[in-house]
Design a protein around this ligand. Structure first.
Ligand code: SAM
Ligand code: SF4
Length: 485
């Protein structure tokens, strides 16, 4: 049975090593990272590990599962790389800047660098950069011992065993798999919201995107296994579940039950103890009326859909291979806005895609006005290896990309401010996620995923659901007071 634990890091640090910790005979010879011939450092039953995660919620959740695998093998998590024998970076390569970050981290361990942290550590690169760069990582950073993409995480216990047995370079780089990464133990970081991946990889082929290459083909997890984990999460006190997938609404139940995504949402929402169910990210093409009807019919399904549009120009959408037109996207917006519940809609934009003209950009701005998004993530286009768009002619100059991004973000900010201000006087239920030092100021999220900072004279509200009346609004958050009606 899968086990899920949530424990504060402090108690993990003092946790006893797992009784079944793997143990190798101790080695006495000094080991230097960076020497390919050197044996890996000793893994005395339950060594220490540090993991840093870059990128999206799926990466965050993958790391929670990787931590579970490591704890199961008897390793103990520590708070800094200096304290760790095993140092893992779970990486993101969606944009170039994100990918560069990991190489600067790895540089800190370069044995040639006098100020480096070389001390016989085992360095591992996981996730999208691992998949994208593969064994070339060993060329760029010969002190790395493990390179493993997310589609091979099922192999992690085996790869760890090989490191423990003395190998100093192991890789997991297969993407041709129909397996999902299910673990016996997941060490969740968030105290109240549990992330749960229901579909891995991606079968879409957006021309700018590295994900199909780095995460492999789409694989859905069986509904019964998902529901079992949700019941276990509810049993240990989680009330909010966030279902994850690059295209979460493309979910196809591989089991005999053949639940549709909307049916799965309803089944998760019915698990006793679960009060909120979120999901992300939805692909516009697979956003059907049944999903909106499900949100309408179940109080536990949150009033929020994240529906990345990327561009408001059909010409650019076609070049991006997004498989919908501007008009089709706007129809999806009408469908969601037509719901009985006031469902908030958030999105992603890319500006400066190759060949994007000023007119195309104006169409993006006009779609933004029509759709009235409640929030948006926006990015300058970044060419990625292995993607068709990287070879496209007519790149938009950097300065122009920057200008477009700034214009778009200013307009979106104004829309958000206006939409948030219109909520003044209304009462929302929030899940309390944080407190200020004074303990009269709290922060939480509404079902529509708005951040709401509020005052309450009550204590001990963390993790509770509280009704709050909105008294003020900014572009990114609301303020209010606890409502005691
Ligand atoms: N699967 C989601 C979808 O279909 O929209 C998004 C996944 S991606 C991790 C998150 C966002 O990163 C995308 O929606 C897109 O806006 C942005 N993105 C992806 N590739 C990009 C690139 N090459 N340059 C800039 N932004 C990019
Ligand atoms: Fe990337 Fe497109 Fe798949 Fe989203 S749907 S992960 S943007 S290829």
């Amino acid at each position: 049975m899968a086990e899920s634990i949530h424990v504060p890091l402090a108690s993990l640090l003092s946790a006893k090593e797992h009784p079944h910790a793997f143990s190798t005979p101790s080695r006495t010879e000094p080991v230097r990272a960076g020497d390919p011939a050197a044996p890996v450092p000793e893994f005395s039953g339950g060594g220490t590990f540090f993991i840093e995660t870059f990128g999206c919620q799926m990466n965050e959740h993958d790391s929670e599962k990787v931590v579970g695998v490591l704890l199961r093998r008897g390793y103990r998590q520590v708070a800094s790389p200096d304290q760790a024998r095993l140092v893992f970076y779970n990486t993101c390569s969606i944009r170039e800047k994100a990918a560069q970050k990991v190489f600067s981290r790895l540089g800190e361990f370069n044995p040639k660098n006098n100020f480096g942290r070389d001390s016989g550590k085992v360095i591992g690169v996981l996730g999208c950069v691992a998949q994208q760069e593969g064994e070339e990582i060993f060329e760029r950073a010969p002190w790395v011992s493990l390179v493993c993409g997310s589609a091979s995480y099922r192999e992690l216990p085996l790869l760890l065993a090989r490191l423990e047995a003395g190998e100093n370079r192991v890789t997991g780089l297969e993407t041709d798999t129909d397996e999902t990464f299910e673990t016996e133990l997941t060490r969740r970081n968030h105290p109240f919201r549990a992330y749960l991946t229901i579909i891995e990889g991606c079968d879409k082929a957006c021309s700018y995107c590295v994900v199909p290459y780095t995460r492999g083909p789409e694989r859905s997890r069986a509904s019964e296994s998902i529901l079992r984990e949700v019941r276990e999460l509810a049993d240990v006190g989680y009330t909010e579940i966030q279902l994850l997938g690059q295209t979460v609404n493309s979910y196809r139940d591989p089991s005999n039950r053949h639940l549709s995504f909307a049916e799965l949402l309803l089944a998760v929402a019915e698990v006793p103890g679960i009060r909120r169910v979120r999901f992300m990210t939805s692909h516009p093409r697979d956003m059907g009326a049944d999903i909106v009807a499900a949100i309408d019919s179940s109080p536990a399904l949150c009033d929020h859909v994240h529906l990345p549009v990327q561009s408001g120009s059909t010409r650019v959408l076609r070049a991006m291979q997004r498989t919908y037109t501007r008009e089709e996207y706007l129809e999806k917006i009408s469908l969601i806005r037509g719901a009985r519940k006031p469902i908030s809609i958030t999105t992603d934009f890319i500006v400066g895609f190759p060949g994007e003209t000023e007119r195309d950009f104006e169409e993006t701005l006009s779609l933004m006005e029509l759709a009235q998004f409640d929030s948006a993530f926006s990015f300058q286009y970044s060419p990625r290896p292995h993607t068709p768009a990287a070879l496209m002619a007519d790149p938009v100059p950097e300065a122009e990309k920057q200008r477009r991004l700034q214009v778009l973000q200013e307009r979106q900010r104004a829309i958000q401010l206006q939409r948030n201000q219109a909520l003044a006087g209304q009462v929302f239920e929030v899940l309390v996620e944080g407190a200020s030092r004074r303990e009269t100021q709290w922060t939480g999220r509404t079902s529509s995923n708005r951040s709401l900072n509020f005052t309450s004279s009550r204590t001990d509200l963390l993790g509770k659901y509280v009704r709050v009346r909105v008294t003020g609004a900014g572009p990114n958050s609301l303020t209010g007071n606890e409502s005691i009606e």
